[in-house]
Design a protein around this ligand. Structure first.
Ligand code: ZN
Length: 282
């Protein structure tokens, strides 16, 4: 298949043939950077790992050229970092038994430009070939501009697809902001308890980002542990490892709803719940 961005590539870990390799996709994560999938969308990987009828396709939007670097990698050029990060993503795709792994290779500036037409068209083509039932991307309250840019492009791409090609659900995931603040009714629980070893293995391959001193591997596992325990204040933990998702599906089902409207809706419900509790006891 033709990809619009000249630097974009497709990796199929088990060497299955096209188009079946892509058509088998049931779950897809579309994230900004090379390690964002196992940090935020591990649940999607786990839904498909070892399954006969569910397949996970990972889409990484940016090229990794501007990645921070230290230690072993501190003298690497932007081009060398781009190559290292692409190799790390392919290692994760192999270990996680992904159906396919897209490296779309866009610069972050293009992701943040709402008028850049190529990324939305690229995502539409990928979505229309793979036709996932469930899509994971970044949540709208993430504090990283590129993450929010990716989420908005994904939403636009899905909305521009014919209805029969649209996924049934889309969830915003936790990377550069937890979703613990969502009211419990609004949280989508993404239970990552099975195969915690697999999550550790996937995170472990992103050496270029971890060995500079940012322990994303430990932090992501710790966040899941904390969520599992603090989700309910009574009783025993039902999950040992939990991520939360923000349900973005209303943006597929209601074309008049804007992403900003939906985010304000969730924030208003958080505000109402917390201020009502204070009002009850002050
Ligand atoms: Zn990221």
């Amino acid at each position: 298949m033709e990809l619009i961005n000249p630097g974009a590539s497709l990796f199929i870990p088990d060497c299955a043939l096209l188009p079946d390799a892509l058509a088998r996709t049931t779950h897809m994560a579309i994230m900004a950077h090379q390690d964002d999938i196992p940090i935020g969308a591990m649940y999607g990987v786990l839904q498909c790992f070892g399954s006969r009828d569910k397949w996970f396709t990972g889409v990484t939007v940016t090229n990794g050229a501007g990645s921070p670097r230290d230690d072993l990698y501190k003298d690497y050029s932007d081009e060398e970092m781009r190559a290292v990060r692409a190799a790390e993503e392919k290692k994760a795709a192999y270990v996680g038994e992904y159906a396919a792994c897209y490296l779309l290779d866009y610069p972050s500036a293009a992701v943040k430009d709402p008028n850049d037409p190529n990324l939305v068209e690229e995502l539409k083509a990928v979505l229309s070939i793979c036709q996932p039932r469930i899509v994971y991307t970044h949540n709208l309250a993430d504090k990283h501009d590129t993450h929010v840019g990716v989420a908005l492009r994904v939403i636009r791409a899905i909305r521009e697809l014919p209805a029969e090609q649209q996924p049934k659900a889309i969830y915003g995931c936790e990377v550069w902001r937890d979703l613990d603040w969502l009211t419990d009714d609004d949280k989508v629980g993404l239970d990552c308890t099975p195969h915690e070893n697999l999550a550790a293995s996937l995170m472990g391959v992103y050496d270029s980002q971890i060995c500079g001193g940012k322990r994303y591997d430990l932090a992501s596992a710790g966040r899941r542990k904390a969520h599992a325990t603090y989700f309910a204040s009574h009783g025993v933990d039902e999950s040992q490892s939990l991520n939360f998702g923000m349900d973005l599906t209303p943006l597929i089902n209601d074309p008049s709803l804007t992403p900003g409207d939906l985010l304000r809706h969730y924030i208003a419900r958080f505000q109402d719940e917390t201020t009502a509790r204070v009002a009850k006891f002050e």
